[in-house]
Design a protein. Structure first.
Length: 797
RNA sequence: GGGCGAGUGGCGGAAUUGGUAUACGCGCAUGGUUUAGGACCAUGUUCCUUAAACGGAUUGAGGGUUCAAGUCCCUCCUCGCCCACCA
């Protein structure tokens, strides 16, 4: 089992140059045959350095792209850059660099690095979101959404990151902290641009059923959308004409309501203070100030239920007509439902806690058993509910809603998508304001609406675009005196919501993409990316696509067919890689020492790619893969001009089948295991038929593209190994016999070799020859024999 | 607190429909090779008993279904991820 060293640097450079010169990986978009396959990976942000996560993200799908091509598919495997974003701007502030230059320099570095990986991207379709040729269409698509009322401007309570000095979308806040920089977010009331993703909540949820995604990804999205069914119910307020509306998922517990609660932000509170209905104004205002000072996290983390009764006003129970108190309390969320709830302490945990602290009555309306403790949240038989008593709470629900004049309703946890950012390095929002302050979409002939360059970067919390004289002059020149530009830019997730459409026709100056190409190539066959995007990019892109579908711009309801979330590579110590822990793995070091092929194979071998696990980097792992490749290379010296051995041919065809299947499932680890086993079999003989060796090289080619290309040339083969056909996986039997396991009472007691298709009697006779079995059968025949041909014979005594 | 997923050697992991548990690799051990280190090669490596095993045990714990369970069902424990006062 000899190894033979090779000069990986030379081999890699030569192969990469050959592929580039031959345009080997360019997909023919207009190809009319039925073998197209769109393989998509999430395009990177040009941060400047390819880390191990990038290798994992790009080199693994590349293996699949290469397998598919050899299997005759017309594979579109494009790449681009999600090039707008904060780090470029931060570099500008910190180091006085031009964000554009910083970004473009980084892209150049990363293009070279991606090539060194041996990735078979089709660079002719490259998309860069910060280029005017691209963002003009981001702007155009936005204006279409605006025309159809899917984009709007509103004053709302929004999340503000004090460090990045910009607002954030709901999805970009985790536990009250900025998802990007980890700073605690603040609440601000600002006028901002939103997209009506909530209009699509139900379709985003329902259409998940049809998608062949893993259940955990679907579950995460549907939890994020958060559908609740229930009802709006109205409570008459003593001093007011308009009733207070509440949303509840348990209208069946209406008879258990002992008070109502409104969120401190609820408009009713201000109204009641202003019209003098409230007698304890001072106390109420103190509470309002106290909650306003709290951060979102403080409000939700501190489970202690605070609140203040509104003295002087009362509500009327819609069924019993009893007078009940009204509270303000910050456990009620202003932005969900109606911002007000009916409180049922006996059957809701939060109401129970609040009632306990404030000494409020608790009325049980669902019959409890001895095992039940309050609060009891399950459904059951109604009690204390007038004429509804005795009925099942689920069954009676609709009648109860009707009885109190309520209406059935559905609520979603999902909020509209806040897309404006008070930052410079982003796509300008294509809106101008007339002298009265009304927004107007910028007409198509003025697109792209270019990002100005005369900007003061000093972070002030105001949009940097507001410091541009050129932008203001441009606006007035085109639209007239007194007109003002919108100074916010888009959330970068807007840019990335449609980039995969642009790959299909990236140079088109007349349309965002080609409708013919979209019809042929959409939806994307398989999309690989990070699980962190499940409730961000993946949800945004689905919404955007559905909106475009409704406008007749795209031919499919869903953008992506299969979705695979990849895992994470941990440091050698099993912890997440971080500079402070000193466990960061730099792929360049390993590539330099062992070669790109060894790093690729190592990552493929580390664990299953079809599950988003986390895999620690083993410091000896790449070395062992290099050893494997050197054994492959050494085998070349054994190649002789002899006919193929039948046994070897059959073995290789089985390997081909295994590798195809595993690659299809993204289980590259077991595919490599099969290749290792095959290699050992090939190493067995004194010499090896050239054809057999070539077959093996073809199977290995997607995994180790450089070395296999080199050996292909050594053996004087035509063209590139990457454009030949995948070896046939004819199912030929390796031999004429099967190995069958013999069990007694389910315990393995030996094995026998039987001719294929042997019957039970033959199998039993043969099994009886095993000494242990013969001994066991001394006292009589087995009670039962279970014989699974080709696998097992189990004797039950 | 809720939802989802997962627990297999010292480690990463393997095991279509229930049908030889621990493939493949790392690490480790012994030997070889080498001036030495490293690299490389050979053999072994789930655990226990053992000179060796052809003996026994074993897929987080306990129970169940079955001729047969890592795989299916029930109870419990642990870990991970996501959501989290969403009425």
């Amino acid at each position: 089992m000899a190894t033979r060293s090779y000069d990986h640097k030379h081999i890699e450079a030569t192969a990469q140059e050959k592929w580039r010169a031959d345009n080997l990986y360019q997909a023919d978009i207009s190809d009319s045959s039925d073998v197209s396959y769109y393989l998509l990976v999430e395009f990177p942000y040009p941060s400047g350095d390819l880390h191990i996560g990038h290798w994992y993200a790009f080199a693994m799908p590349d293996i699949y792209a290469r397998v598919l091509r050899m299997q005759g598919k017309n594979v579109l495997f494009p790449i681009g850059f999600d090039a707008f974003g904060l780090p470029a701007e931060n570099a500008a502030i910190k180091r006085g660099l031009d964000p554009k230059k910083w970004t473009y320099d980084n892209m150049n570095v990363m293009r070279a690095q991606l090539r060194h990986m041996g990735a078979s991207f089709d660079w002719s379709k490259e998309v860069v979101t910060c280029e005017p040729e691209y963002y003009r269409w981001t702007q155009w698509l936005f204006t279409k959404l605006y025309e159809h009322d899917l984009a709007y401007r509103a004053n709302a309570s929004v999340k503000w990151c004090p460090k990045d000095k910009t607002v954030l979308a709901n999805e970009q806040v985790a536990n009250g902290f900025c998802e990007r920089c980890g700073t605690e977010v603040e609440e601000r009331h600002l006028t901002q641009w939103f997209l009506r993703i909530t209009n699509y909540a139900d379709r985003l949820l329902k259409d998940l059923d049809e998608l062949p995604w893993k259940e955990d990804i679907k579950d995460a999205q549907s939890a994020w959308i958060g559908k609740s069914t229930g009802a709006y119910l109205a409570f008459k307020i003593s001093s007011q004409e308009d009733p207070l509306r509440v949303f509840t998922t348990r209208p069946d517990t209406i008879y258990g309501v002992t008070y109502v609660v409104v969120a401190p932000e609820h408009p009713l509170v201000k109204k009641l203070i202003d019209d003098g209905s409230i007698s304890n104004v001072k106390e109420v205002q103190e509470y309002l100030e106290k909650t306003a000072r709290k951060t979102e996290r403080e409000r939700s983390e501190n489970k202690e239920k605070t609140g203040v009764v509104l003295e002087g006003v009362t509500a009327t129970h819609p069924a019993t007509k009893k007078i009940i108190p009204i509270y303000i309390a910050d456990y009620v969320i202003g932005s969900y439902g109606t911002g007000a709830v009916m409180a049922v302490p006996a059957h809701d945990e939060r109401d129970f806690d609040f009632a306990y602290v404030h000494g409020l009555p608790c009325v049980v309306v669902i019959k409890a058993t001895d095992n039940d403790t309050l609060p009891m949240t399950r459904a059951g038989k109604l009690v204390n509910s007038d004429s509804f008593s005795g009925r099942d709470s689920v069954e009676a629900q609709t009648d109860m809603i009707d009885a109190v004049g309520g209406e059935s309703a559905t609520q979603y946890r999902l909020r509209d998508w806040l897309i404006s950012r008070q930052r410079y390095w982003g796509c300008p929002i294509p809106i101008v304001y007339d002298p009265q302050g009304n927004p107007h979409a910028i007409p198509e002939e003025h697109l792209p609406w270019k990002l100005p360059t005369d900007i003061d970067f000093a972070p002030t919390g105001k949009s940097p675009l507001a410091t541009s004289v050129e932008l203001l002059e441009r606006t007035e020149r085109i639209f007239g005196k007194g007109w003002k530009p919108e100074c916010d830019t888009f959330d970068t997730f807007v840019d990335s919501s449609w980039y995969f459409l642009r790959y299909l026709d990236c140079k088109n100056a007349d349309a965002f993409s080609s409708s013919v190409a979209m019809k042929k190539w959409l939806p994307v066959d398989r999309y690989s990316g990070g699980s962190e995007h499940t409730t961000m990019h993946l949800l945004y892109a689905r919404f955007f696509h559905k909106a475009l579908y409704d406008l007749g711009f795209v031919p499919t309801k869903e953008p992506f067919n299969e979705r695979f979330n990849r895992g994470i590579i941990m440091g050698p110590d099993g912890h997440k890689m971080s500079k402070s822990k000193g466990n960061v793995i730099n792929p360049d070091d390993f590539v330099k020492k062992y070669g790109a092929d060894a790093v690729r194979i190592y990552l493929a071998f580390i664990g299953p790619y079809n599950e988003a696990g986390s895999y620690p980097w083993n410091l000896d792992g790449v070395k062992s893969m290099r050893r494997f490749l050197e054994r492959v290379y050494a085998l070349e010296e054994k190649v002789a001009d002899i006919p193929e051995q039948n046994e070897i041919t059959v073995m290789l065809s089985q390997t081909a089948e295994k590798v195809s299947e595993d690659a299809q499932r993204f289980k590259f680890n077991t595919a490599i295991s099969a290749l290792m086993i095959a290699l050992r079999a090939l190493e067995g003989g004194a010499s090896l038929a050239k054809e057999s060796y070539l077959t093996f090289l073809k199977l290995l080619a997607p995994f180790a593209p450089h070395l296999t290309e080199h050996v292909w040339e050594l053996l004087a083969q035509e063209g590139s190994i990457h454009s030949v056909s995948w070896p046939q996986s004819a199912v030929a039997k390796a031999s004429e016999s099967d190995t069958v396991v013999v069990q007694i009472n389910g315990k393995r007691r030996g094995e026998i070799t039987l001719p294929i298709g042997a019957d039970e009697n033959t199998a039993f006779a043969s099994a009886s020859n095993i000494p242990f079995v013969a001994e066991a059968l001394k006292n009589g025949k087995p009670k039962r024999i279970i014989y699974v041909p080709g696998r097992i014979i189990n004797l039950v005594l």
